[in-house]
Design a protein. Structure first.
Length: 113
């Protein structure tokens, strides 16, 4: 069985699960969106904490918006000028981790209820 066949089977199984459990699926999606949104809104504060923890070029020496920008750029793999994804990449990382955490948590809770 090839990769494409396995992928199609996985997608089919996911669709069947959603059809069989619409309420649980809606709860997982809503929680994922909510936690991703919260993480997105908290990204500047998380960036400042990352910078204060010593990540990035000037980690631990900056404050305010500079600390936030430096921390998010560090999470994004560095600034755009050195080939990283910069602040936007760091924000995407934070939001992605938040959404993934929410999806995993809600899936476990829904599965056990």
């Amino acid at each position: 069985m090839g990769f494409f066949d396995s992928f199609c089977d996985l997608v089919g199984d996911c669709v069947d699960t959603v059809i069989d459990n619409p309420i649980k699926s809606l709860v997982v999606v809503a929680t994922t969106v909510a936690t991703g949104g919260i993480a997105l809104a908290a990204a500047p504060a998380i960036g400042a904490v990352v910078s204060a923890a010593g990540f990035g070029v000037a980690g631990g020496t900056l404050s305010g918006a500079a600390a936030s920008a430096a921390g998010l750029a560090a999470l994004g793999g560095g600034s755009l000028s050195v080939g990283g994804t910069g602040i936007a990449g760091g924000t995407a990382v934070v939001a992605g981790i938040g959404a993934t955490t929410g999806a995993a948590t809600s899936a476990v809770v829904v599965t056990n209820c």
